[in-house]
Ligand binder design. Structure first.
Ligand code: AMP
Ligand code: MG
Length: 322
């Protein structure tokens, strides 16, 4: 999707839309509403607690080292004499919440990531987005992959039954097919060998069904087998829009977490509580993931640019009044 956009064809703010663009926007909103209702119902029916999000915390996702991250600015502000950061993701909150009062949880979580302005043109990056972020104590990667496959399968099946008219209007009723389970799994190493360093972009263009990609080196909280060097994590890729979910089995042992934090040069001061709980043996094994809702709905509704799914577009480099 690289570079098919420029400032003249970026999604516009509500006040600038033509009549037909308003109709399309309203139709995508119906698909978003349906998707939110369907997915949250599935999670609630599967025994998950629905937690409300926070947006200011001392501890948030370091987003480092993640080869996909391109952050221009991190927002920090002082409140009540403490420095807090806007939520990059609620991963740290999820690890502690699932280890304590909420063994199965999900959150519709606003994520603020001030992406570099040039990412406006990828069509798949916005600087504020929402994840359906979930975590399950004592679950394996396989458990999560099965849960996600069921969730996507049920969602697409229901959309074809209940939102026929909208999918026809958006011209996706033929292209968004009910996916076959289980989804195919690829190892990132094999994709690098086959496609080179731009494997993410190339595979996203090539696939016609959702796929899993595993074994991706990234932040300290994803589980890494120190003996084999393999990462027990997984990304769900959707045609065209690419990575739409990242998840993993998590680290919970103090010795490994501290070693990885130091190896990555991440500031220990921002993860004091997580480190303390893991040292005390109170951090529990878990697996989970986060579904980017705007990318998911972009795929379903055939959006050209992901900001089309937002009422108030958050295109990198462009700040509207609303
Ligand atoms: P991450 O924590 O970076 O793995 O992100 C989790 C999910 O959030 C991704 O798989 C995407 O669906 C979504 N996401 C991440 N960054 C962005 C962005 N800049 N714009 C829109 N969605 C994003
Ligand atoms: Mg990711």
């Amino acid at each position: 999707m690289i570079d098919q956009f420029n400032s003249s064809n970026f999604p516009k703010s509500l006040d600038k839309l033509t009549e037909s663009e308003i109709k399309r926007k309203a139709c995508i909103a119906k698909v978003m509403t349906y998707t939110l209702r369907n997915l949250t119902s599935q999670f609630v029916n599967n025994g998950f607690e629905w937690l409300l999000p926070v947006t200011l915390s001392q501890s948030t996702d370091p987003l480092w080292p993640d080869p996909g991250a391109s952050i221009e600015k991190r927002i920090e502000v002082d409140i009540y004499g403490k420095t807090v950061r806007t939520t990059a993701s609620m991963i740290i909150h999820k690890l502690i919440a699932s280890s304590t009062a909420y063994p199965k949880l999900f959150i519709l979580s606003p994520n603020i990531r001030i992406e570099k302005a040039e990412r406006a043109k990828t069509g798949m990056h916005i600087y504020e987005f929402s994840q359906l972020d979930f975590e399950i104590r004592d679950a394996s990667s396989k458990d999560v992959m099965v849960l996600v496959e069921d969730a996507i399968y049920n969602l697409v099946t229901s959309l074809h039954q209940d939102m026929k008219k909208e999918l026809i209007t958006l011209c996706t009723s033929d292209t968004i097919k009910i996916p076959k389970k289980p989804f195919k799994i690829f190892d990132r190493c094999d994709l690098e060998t086959e496609y080179g360093e731009n494997w993410e972009e190339k595979i996203s263009k090539e696939i016609t069904d959702p796929i899993w990609i595993t074994n991706i080196p990234r932040e300290f909280y994803d589980f890494e087998d120190f003996k084999t060097g393999k990462w027990d994590n997984y990304d769900l890729f959707l045609p065209k829009f690419g990575e739409t979910l990242s998840g993993a089995k998590r680290e919970w042992e103090y010795a490994k977490i501290i070693e990885k934090i130091e190896r990555d040069n991440v500031d220990k001061e921002n993860y004091k509580l997580l480190l303390q709980l893991s040292k005390e043996g109170k951090l529990k094994p878990s697996s989970g993931g986060g579904i980017g809702l705007e990318r998911l709905v972009s795929w379903i509704s055939g959006a050209k640019h992901i900001a089309e799914t937002q009422p108030f577009p958050r295109i990198p480099g462009i700040v509207h009044e609303l």
